[in-house]
Ligand binder design. Structure first.
Ligand code: NHF
Length: 392
């Protein structure tokens, strides 16, 4: 099959799990003999056209994010995606796969222009992110999510939690939505973290607690920061590495300063895949304290590097993490509970090792991208045959 993927992020332009997802899925589809074209947003150091691990990636010119007028930004991005699609892409596409509402306009136009069915993956909803509290912009995004679901032949979600949320929110029939979880391939996370590398972040006598992800409210980094004073009371030799970028970064730094823990936190900003892998290796624990988490691909990544995880009991995280078996689950938005569990796990090194081993075993056995790409290709095939047999 020839697949056209549309996504607003694709490494190295990367903000979160969506970029990781689209890349790993595309590469796994290519390995299974499909042709995959990705059209995505470019940056000043990406080229317009390149083949990465067999995936043909077309990128727009950098599009300036305009926080005061996000609608304008989205339209510009989608126009540029369409320009690439019509100008540079060969014919013969069988199926279009859009990721999240940000590419709604280009997905819709391509669907009609190519007369091919659209599959849409919804990675997170605006409703979930904001607990249903909408301003005008968020209401607009909610509408685009609904339209995307409406335009698609099938909607893919990554967890049972999202399945429920999307069906309820957009009133979709059950057979339109299908769950296909995220994956992780441990061999992509192999890295050699040398003592010199670790030393840049912490002394050998210090433990490292690591977070990586977008700096937005729903990821709960503020909960981790609030838990730090309590952790330091019992484990003063703990260092916190917080990696990633996002609109809340400065606010989180101020919060850390305000509660007097700045000197125990290393905010790295955006890190490359290689540095991220080394940080996972260097860490004693990886913490993902999300308030809302459709899946939580980062926790699978930590498991793939044999790092024990502490996650909040929500969304996809609560489905694939089993408490005290392959990780630790804590109450959502509860810094005290988080602190307790982190302290205990830092003390009980053998338990931490056992959890990490079980986490690794689970990702190896159940979460390969090969398996997930196989499930996705099956959805494509079903959609194509339904489409061909329909009157469309
Ligand atoms: O893992 C990839 C990612 C998820 O939970 C994550 C999220 C965005 O919020 O599907 O998409």
């Amino acid at each position: 099959m020839k697949v056209l993927m549309l996504s607003w992020e694709y490494p190295p332009v990367s903000f979160g799990g969506l970029a990781r997802h689209v890349q790993d899925l595309s590469e796994a589809l290519v390995e299974q003999g499909h042709q995959v074209y990705v059209i995505t947003q470019g940056s000043s150091d990406t080229s317009e056209k390149e083949e990465i691990n067999g995936v043909r990636v077309l990128r727009t010119a950098p599009v300036q994010v305009n926080a005061n007028n996000f609608v304008d930004y989205i339209l510009q991005l989608n126009f540029q995606i369409l320009e690439k699609a019509f100008g540079l892409m060969p014919g013969g596409i069988d199926i279009i796969h859009g990721h999240d509402w940000l590419v709604f306009w280009s997905s819709k136009v391509m669907k009609h222009a190519l007369k091919k069915p659209l599959v849409y993956t919804i990675h997170a909803t605006e409703y979930g992110r904001n607990h249903g509290i909408y301003n005008d912009m968020q209401r607009y995004i909610n509408d685009l999510e609904w339209y995307s679901c409406f335009e698609a032949w099938r909607v893919i979600v990554c967890s049972d939690y999202m399945n429920q949320e999307v069906k309820n929110l957009f009133q979709l029939p059950s057979d339109k939505v299908i769950k296909i979880e995220n994956g992780v391939d441990p061999e992509k996370y192999k890295a050699r973290c040398t003592p010199e590398f670790r030393q840049k972040y912490a002394d050998p006598s210090e433990d490292i607690v690591f977070y990586v992800g977008r700096m937005v409210r729903e990821k709960g980094v503020q909960v981790l920061i609030r838990s730090i004073p309590e952790i330091l009371k019992e484990r003063p030799e703990t260092k916190f590495i917080i990696a990633g970028k996002g609109p809340n970064l400065e606010h989180l730094k101020s919060l850390a300063a305000h509660i007097g823990v700045s000197d125990r936190i290393y905010f790295t900003g955006f890190v490359s895949d290689e540095v991220r892998n080394k940080l996972y290796q260097a860490a004693d624990i990886a913490v993902f304290p999300s308030l809302y988490e459709p899946f939580g691909i980062v926790a699978l990544e930590a498991m793939a590097t044999k790092t024990p995880v502490v996650v909040s009991n929500t969304g996809g995280l609560s489905e694939f993490v089993t408490h005290n078996q392959n990780g630790v689950k804590v109450n959502v938005n509860d810094p005290h509970h988080l602190a307790r569990e982190v302290i205990d796990l830092l003390k009980e090194k053998n338990r931490a090792k056992k959890l990490a081993r079980n986490g690794y075993k689970m990702v190896e056995e159940e979460y390969s991208w090969k398996k997930i790409a196989g499930k996705t290709a099956r959805v494509y095939r079903n959609v194509l045959s339904e489409y061909e047999n329909s009157n469309w």
